[in-house]
Design a protein around this ligand. Structure first.
Ligand SMILES: Cc1cc2nc3c(=O)[nH]c(=O)nc-3n(C[C@H](O)[C@H](O)[C@H](O)COP(=O)(O)O)c2cc1C
Length: 311
């Protein structure tokens, strides 16, 4: 019998737990020739800001032996293009969209959320790794109170039936405290994790291999998977009823199971898609076959099962 793949992400029931991670699938167009976007759980769009943004100078990505260091600098065409061009296109493909927001303060995040009002989206993801200009260049996610203010602004500006996920990073934070602050501020779920601070150096140019500067490089891919799993495990133990979208180095159906057993309700694929744009569908197929082989009837039964008596 085909297993039940549905998973609950707050008020939204996703048809399956395999999503794309913000930034790695653009707004889906690049993937469409390689992946049936209507089959994966959802496409998470690249974090969008109000205004168009050029991003960091090139080069923006460097390969390392176990992942990628990138510093894109939130390049993108801005919210108007997302609303008028990209979201209607995603809907026309039968895809489900999660929209990732990036801003410079609660006001900008709130305005972005308002602009999504009435549109056909499944969830909003609040990228809290943006630099907070009012806090000596620290990121919203570095200060629980600042993160909470952003989450509250987005929750207030978003229709009640659209879940709001707060996306956290692990660098220099007490993740449990941060997660609790976001949930108290109204987050319906948490997305874990963003890239981990990292650096690559080009020995020929004698320059940093990504031009964004040492503060901006982020490591993604297989190297961060154990870090991401620990984050998901810890946060699920802290707020067991809050759905988590887990991500960090997911490359196979087995990885999806690991994340779900650690406490994720769904899993997003990022860097693997940069290398293989068909990875989402392949990983979903592997995950489904893995459930069938093990006689697991409901994907949702995996969530948090590695916590023993916690579920
Ligand atoms: C090229 C690239 C662009 C990214 N852009 C965004 C973004 O716009 N917003 C965001 O919240 N995360 C962004 N991320 C982080 C990913 O969504 C994800 O959290 C992280 O890469 C870990 O997953 P992975 O190891 O599967 O890539 C980006 C990552 C990469 C590699």
């Amino acid at each position: 019998m085909r297993p039940d793949l549905t998973v609950r992400l707050g008020s939204w029931e996703a048809p399956n737990p395999v999503l794309t991670a913000a930034g790695c699938a653009g707004t889906g167009r690049e993937l469409a020739p390689f992946c049936d976007l209507s089959r994966i759980g959802a496409v998470t769009t690249k974090s969008v800001m109000i205004e168009p943004r050029a991003g960091n100078p090139m080069p923006r990505m460097a390969e390392t032996p176990s992942g990628m260091v990138s510093a894109l600098g939130l390049q993108g065409p801005g919210i108007d293009v997302l609303v008028q061009r990209d979201l209607p296109w995603l809907v026309s493909q039968g895809a489900r969209a999660i929209v990732s927001l990036a801003g410079s303060g609660p006001q900008e995040y709130s305005e972005l959320a308002h602009r999504l009002d009435g549109l056909s989206i499944c969830a909003v993801e609040v990228n809290l790794s943006c630099v907070n200009p009012a806090s000596q260049g620290r990121r919203f996610a570095h200060e629980p109170a600042e993160a909470a203010a952003v989450v509250r602004a987005v929750r207030d500006a978003t229709a009640g039936d659209v879940p709001v996920f707060a996306k956290l990073a692990v660098d220099g934070v007490d993740l449990r405290e941060l997660a609790e602050a976001c949930v108290t501020a109204g987050a319906d779920g948490l997305s874990l994790i963003n890239t981990v601070r990292g650096l690559a150096v080009n020995i020929d140019t004698r320059r940093l291999a990504v031009a964004g500067g040492s503060e901006q490089g982020g490591l993604s891919g297989p190297a961060i998977r154990p870090i991401a799993l620990a984050a998901v495990h810890d946060v699920h133990a802290t707020v067991p009823d809050v759905p988590i979208i887990g991500m960090g180095g997911v490359r196979s159906g087995t990885d999806v199971m690991e994340f779900m057993l650690a406490g994720a309700s769904a899993v997003a694929v990022g860097t693997a898609i940069v290398h293989d744009p068909g990875a989402g569908e392949r990983i979903l197929r592997e995950f489904t076959e893995g459930l069938e082989r093990r006689g697991i009837e409901r994907a949702a039964d995996l969530v948090g099962a590695a916590h023993g008596g916690n579920e």
